[in-house]
Design a binder for this molecule. Structure first.
Ligand SMILES: [Zn+2]
Length: 98
């Protein structure tokens, strides 16, 4: 996590800020990443994928405004990644080349 600004060298860092992206209809709706469990080869009769979500915090340099995003759920994300969980692509085809 940023303790010294890589842009200006200041240590006046304001950390741990929740990042919001307000949606008109649903109020406060922070952005997040989501990793989904891969579908097993032998699909059980009832199966729904496990998922791991991580939201973002921001650390802002009080001297120049440089901002760094990070998550507190890095261990869970790494664990899920090692288990083969991936980002779901459904719905992202509206953004080409994502
Ligand atoms: Zn700075």
């Amino acid at each position: 996590m940023m303790t010294k600004c890589p842009e200006c060298g200041s240590s006046d860092i304001v950390p741990d800020l929740i990042v919001y992206a307000d949606a008109a209809a649903s109020g406060q709706n922070p952005p997040y990443v989501k990793l989904m469990e891969p579908e097993p080869k032998k699909l059980p009769f009832i199966w729904s994928p496990k998922e791991v979500k991580a939201g973002f915090r921001a650390a802002i340099c009080g001297a120049c405004g440089h901002t760094q995003f990070y998550t507190r759920q890095h261990a869970e994300i790494l664990e899920a990644h090692k288990k083969g969980y991936t980002s779901q692509t459904y719905g992202l085809n509206i953004i080409p080349n994502l």
